[in-house]
Design a binder for this molecule. Structure first.
Ligand code: DO4
Ligand code: MG
Length: 285
C-alpha cells in the first residue's frame, strides 16, 4: 500500500493512495487530511483497505504534483551502516579515518540530524550542491518512517546529499557538509505494511544523468545494511521524543568513484525496488 501527499490543480495539499503506476485516489472525501493520524493508528492498513472501497476521486499522477511525504517529522540520518560507506570515507580523510572505522563496529550507531520537514525536497524538485564545495555526491538511501512511539510504519526513498571534500577536511564539518539548502530529498511516496525481512530483499539503484547521458550508475541491496531497523530506530528514540514521529535515512551503500562530482542540471534517479523512483535535478545553492 502506497500513500502520498500531493497538490491538486487548485494547489491544495491532499493525501492520496497510489493504486498503480499512473493514478491515485484522493482520500480527502473519506476524511483523511494528514498522514500522521494514519501512522499513529494500529490498523492503518485495514483503515485504508476499507476506505479504498468507497467512491473516491481518481486522479492521474501526471495531473498532480507530488509533495515530500513528510508533515512535521524531523528527518535524521544514520551513517556508515554499509561497508562501502566506511571504506569510501576512510579513503577520503586521513583525519577522520579512525572515527569512521570505529562507528562501523561500535554498539552505538552514528545518527545525526538531517532536516526539518519544511525543507525536505520532493520528487522532481531540485536538490542542492554547495557553491563552496568541490566534491558533491548524492547518497541513495532507504528511509524508515516512524510514528511517535518509534514504531516503523513505512518506508520511503531518501537522498542524503553530501559535500565530500567538506566532510573529509574535518569530521566537525559534517553538519555543513550534509545540512544545507536542498540537501535532503524524500519521496515519491511512503510504502506501508512491509516487514523488515521483505524490505531487506529490495535493491537500491542510483543513476546520474548529464545531458540525458548516464554518467554513473550503481546498485546495492538493503540486506547489506549492517544494523537492524529496530536497532537504528531504538537508538534514535533513546532519551529523545518525537511527538510527530520521525524519518530515518539508513545510510548509503552506493558511492560514485572519487573522480566524480555532481554538476548543475545533472539528474539523480534513485530507485528502490519495493517503493518506486525518486528523481531530482541538481542546482547550485
Ligand atoms: O559519517 C558520515 C556520514 C555517512 C553517511 O551519510 C552514510 O553512510 O550514508
Ligand atoms: Mg548518508
Amino acid at each position: 500500500m502506497r500513500v502520498c501527499r500531493f497538490k491538486n490543480a487548485q494547489d491544495e495539499v491532499r493525501i492520496g493512495m497510489v493504486t498503480d503506476d499512473s493514478s491515485l485516489l484522493d482520500l480527502t472525501p473519506a476524511g483523511v487530511h494528514h498522514l500522521q493520524p494514519l501512522f499513529e493508528s494500529d490498523d492503518a492498513l485495514a483503515t485504508l483497505n476499507q476506505i479504498k472501497q468507497k467512491d473516491l476521486p481518481r486522479l492521474t499522477l501526471s495531473e498532480v504534483r507530488l509533495c515530500a511525504p513528510v508533515e512535521n517529522q524531523e528527518v535524521w540520518a544514520a551513517g556508515v551502516t554499509y561497508l562501502r560507506s566506511k571504506t569510501a570515507r576512510m579513503e577520503e580523510s586521513d583525519f577522520s579515518a579512525t572515527a569512521y572505522d570505529r562507528f562501523y563496529v561500535a554498539e552505538r550507531p552514528e545518527l545525526s540530524f538531517k532536516s526539518v520537514a519544511e525543507k525536505v525536497v520532493a520528487n522532481d524538485e531540485p536538490v542542492g550542491i554547495r557553491s563552496d564545495a568541490r566534491w558533491s555526491v548524492p547518497e541513495p538511501e532507504l528511509a524508515l518512517v516512524m510514528n511517535s512511539r518509534g514504531r516503523i510504519v513505512g518506508y520511503t526513498i531518501g537522498n542524503d546529499m553530501s559535500s565530500r571534500d567538506i566532510e573529509g577536511e574535518n569530521l566537525l564539518y559534517l553538519p555543513q557538509a550534509k545540512i544545507y539548502r536542498g540537501s535532503c530529498a524524500l519521496g515519491p511516496w511512503i510504502h506501508l505494511g512491509a516487514s523488515e525481512s521483505e524490505a531487506r530483499e529490495w535493491k537500491i539503484k542510483l543513476e546520474i544523468q548529464r545531458k540525458r547521458e548516464s554518467v554513473f550508475s550503481g546498485e546495492t541491496s538493503v540486506v547489506q545494511i549492517k544494523r537492524g531497523f529496530d536497532e537504528l530506530a531504538g537508538f534514535l528514540f533513546r532519551c529523545q521524543t518525537f511527538p510527530h514521529g520521525a524519518v530515518l535515512l539508513t545510510g548509503t551503500g552506493v558511492v560514485p568513484p572519487d573522480s566524480f562530482t555532481l554538476q548543475e542540471n545533472d539528474v539523480i534517479k534513485i530507485e528502490v525496488s519495493g517503493i518506486g523512483l525518486l528523481e531530482n535535478p541538481v542546482m547550485v545553492v
